[in-house]
Design a protein around this ligand. Sequence first.
Ligand code: B12
Length: 119
Amino acid sequence: MVIGTVKGDLHDIGKNLVAMMLESAGLEVYNLGVDVAPDKFVNEIKAKNANILALSALLTTTMPMMKETVAAVANAGIREKVKILVGGAPVTQSFAMEIGADGYAPDAGSATRLAKSLL
Ligand code: B12
């Protein structure tokens, strides 16, 4: 799994909790950090052959970057091979559906259950 906070956003406490929980649940997690551009996510998905992409955003102003990242994954022709999870305080289930993500979870515990159910 590849995880990161989207471009323009420097919040990482919640994202790191999600990464730690998923790692302790047995997933191989590549944490790209904060302020991650869409093409970097795409390159890492390809390089690591990841089947889950987890995106975090804490700012309403960076939520659109989640949509751009989903679009970049689709444009790279790898949308079918990766499940996309989104989260962060301003993110909702309906936003996740609107941008074409595969799932949303409100906290690290439910993110872990969701990721396992999608695999
Ligand atoms: C800590 C903090 C900061 C720190 C970040 C430090 C760090 N290393 O992360 C600092 C001081 C750097 C910061 C900066 C800013 N911040 Co700030 N920050 C916060 C604060 C107080 C807490 C966030 C946090 O860590 N919460 C604790 C963690 C555990 O919770 P969480 O992030 O929500 O994560 C959980 C879930 O959301 C979920 N989750 C998170 N990611 C993911 C991903 C996936 C895939 C899934 C499934 C789930 C998931 O699971 C996590 C664990 O349960 C919030 C207020 C708040 N109450 O949220 C404001 C807040 C997010 N910040 C805000 C703002 C405005 C800013 C600044 C713009 C301020 C400024 N003028 O400079 C800058 C932006 C910098 C940038 N470009 O990103 C606003 C955003 C408002 C908005 N509507 O967009 C908030 C809401 C404060 C406020 N009330 O105004 N901030």
